[in-house]
Ligand binder design. Structure first.
Ligand code: NDP
Length: 511
């Protein structure tokens, strides 16, 4: 197991180096783009967007399919870059490529249906034809994180492109090479080489993109940086989509299958070394099965291999994140948590041994703040009501999971979160038709699904008068008895007139 810490990148003014967090070796470098570079990329993207938005859905789907196939043909190269830049094992890197391609395929295939104009009831104005239509925004800025450097940004990029926009993408400074590779492939695949561009650099380049003349910004990262992005975007009233962190709870009820719940918990908490916004961050287990569940989790965790190409857990991507995890573990231990395996002393360089804690409570950082590391804090609960109350005791609200028998769906509905998996973990992220996003400090807006396609459009409402009627409300030329007629209509339609009463009965009957 390598234990090298990532060195601080040299302060060269014009280039940024990317390092392998498992070995500390530099693996490449990228330019540091300035505000002027970002503005120029946005201007080029705007030209591309004008042509792209005018293409038919079928024509766009054809080019997106060519892009997807070119990415699939480079799957090994992309996975290798992910492995080297991010530190994840080969299998996880390949799964990430596969999931990203799944979203690209879904968005291309679904865009036309999701954005089809919809006729809606015109209500009282029955002589009107009322239609909702969806139109591309123009240029979308995407700021991506380092934990899933391909899958996460693709959740915005694929949907924004499919909706008819051009994209300028700023990857994390820790994982820029995979983005540069994707941009190269995009430039070859699309007839418009500026349709998907990548700008690189550190936080300042991201800030430049948030300030640029774009039509929407989709950001994934911490709540603190999300707020900064939103403030920068406010200058131009640029709409924002924020996919921020989470503190996802898992509830295991008395009638759950303990072994399956433990297996899912171990995966959900430790995949990508726990560096997932939807990873299981805290577990509430019914008293009757608590001890058996903990024993099973510890047994399964001890079987995992850390480090190496075939390891289950790789290196932590960012040394700063290692320090956060260590701090959470030390805080928990100081406040009385018991270490069942791993612990703050089992950290070597960028590698953290997966840690199981019991005896945890909500005064500990590990139960309140996003740990974003391979840690499973398990808390015993006396009832499902207590589990739900504790699960909802958070400023976040991204994912969540429930393991239970008959009561599972009821418990799921009680969880205050954007997404819930029942008898599985993270299932919602693998289903492209389900919208993905959170509430509270986990952000707002949705990627994936039809909502994720519409997120990158502007909504237009059209009211078309198809026949004229005598009482035209949109005119000053009214009959003298118009006030009397309106009084009668108010009573009939909305008060206790016969029409209103009949409508209420009808609504009640329809449920
Ligand atoms: P950040 O939120 O700082 O970074 C996310 C992205 O924002 C990166 O691309 C980063 O670029 C960019 N960025 C940084 N500063 C600015 C800015 N002022 N304007 C625009 N973009 C900016 O996350 P960290 O890497 O610092 O991680 C901190 C915490 O965030 C983690 O501990 C974890 O809890 C959470 N996190 C959540 C993720 C999620 O999936 N929801 C993903 C990653 C982190 P650069 O890397 O170049 O600085």
């Amino acid at each position: 197991m390598a234990t090298a810490a990532t060195p601080t990148p040299p302060a060269t003014p014009e280039r940024l180096s990317s390092y392998n967090p498992a070995t500390g070796e530099p693996i490449g470098s990228v330019p540091i783009h300035t505000q002027a570079d970002v503005d120029a990329a946005v201007a080029r993207a705007r030209v591309a967007a004008e042509t792209w938005s005018g293409r038919s859905f079928a024509a766009r789907a054809e080019e997106l399919t060519a892009f997807r196939k070119a990415l699939a043909a480079s799957a090994d190269e992309l996975a290798e870059l992910l492995r080297r830049e991010n530190g994840k094992p080969e299998l996880e890197a390949l799964v990430e490529v596969m999931m990203a391609l799944g979203h690209l395929q879904h968005a291309a295939a679904r865009a036309e249906a999701a954005l089809a104009p919809r006729r809606v009831s015109a209500g009282l104005l029955a002589n009107f034809r009322a239609t909702i239509s969806y139109h591309p925004l123009g240029v979308v800025g995407v700021i991506g994180p380092w934990n899933y450097p391909l899958f996460t940004p693709m959740g915005s990029i694929a949907y924004a492109l499919a909706a008819g926009n051009a994209v300028v993408w700023k990857p994390s400074e820790l994982t820029p090479l995979v983005a540069v590779k994707v941009a190269e492939i995009a430039a070859r695949s699309f007839a418009l080489p500026d349709l998907l561009q990548v700008v690189t650099g550190a936080g300042a380049t991201g800030a430049a993109l948030a300030r640029a003349a774009i039509d929407k910004i989709a950001f994934t990262g911490s709540a603190a940086t999300g707020k900064r992005v939103m403030m920068a975007a406010a200058e131009r009233l640029t709409p924002v989509l924020l996919e921020l962190g989470g503190k996802d709870p898992m509830i295991v009820a008395e009638d759950a299958d303990v072994e399956k719940a433990a297996e899912a918990c171990v995966y959900g908490a430790l995949t990508n070394a726990g560096q997932a916004c939807i990873s299981v961050e805290r577990v509430y287990v019914a008293d009757a099965i608590h001890d058996r569940f903990v024993e099973e989790v510890v047994k399964q965790v001890r079987d995992l291999k850390i480090g190496g190409d075939d390891g289950h857990l790789g290196a932590m991507t960012s040394p700063a994140q290692v320090a956060i995890v260590k701090d959470h573990l030390e805080d928990a231990v100081a406040k009385g948590a018991q270490i069942r395996t791993g612990g703050p002393d089992a950290i070597a360089g960028n590698f953290i041994q997966p840690t199981v804690l019991t005896g945890v409570d909500h005064n500990m950082k590990v139960m309140r703040d996003e740990t974003f590391g391979p840690v499973i804090p398990i808390r015993r609960v006396a009832s499902i009501d207590e589990a739900v109350k504790l699960a909802n005791d958070t400023q976040y609200g991204l994912g969540s999971s429930v393991f239970a028998g008959k009561s599972a769906r009821r418990i799921a509905q009680l969880l205050r979160a954007g997404m819930t998996s029942i008898n599985s973990v993270m299932g919602f992220a693998g289903i492209p038709s389900l919208p993905f996003g959170g509430i509270g400090d986990s952000g707002f807006g949705r990627i994936h699904g039809d909502e994720g396609i519409r997120e990158f459009t502007r909504i237009k409402s059209t009211a078309e008068q198809v026949v004229s009627i005598p009482l035209n409300m949109m005119s000053f030329r009214q009959p003298t008895d118009a006030p009397k007629r309106i009084r009668g209509m108010i009573k009939q339609l909305y008060g206790d007139g016969m029409v209103a009463r009949a409508a209420d009965v009808w609504r009640k009957l329809r449920g």
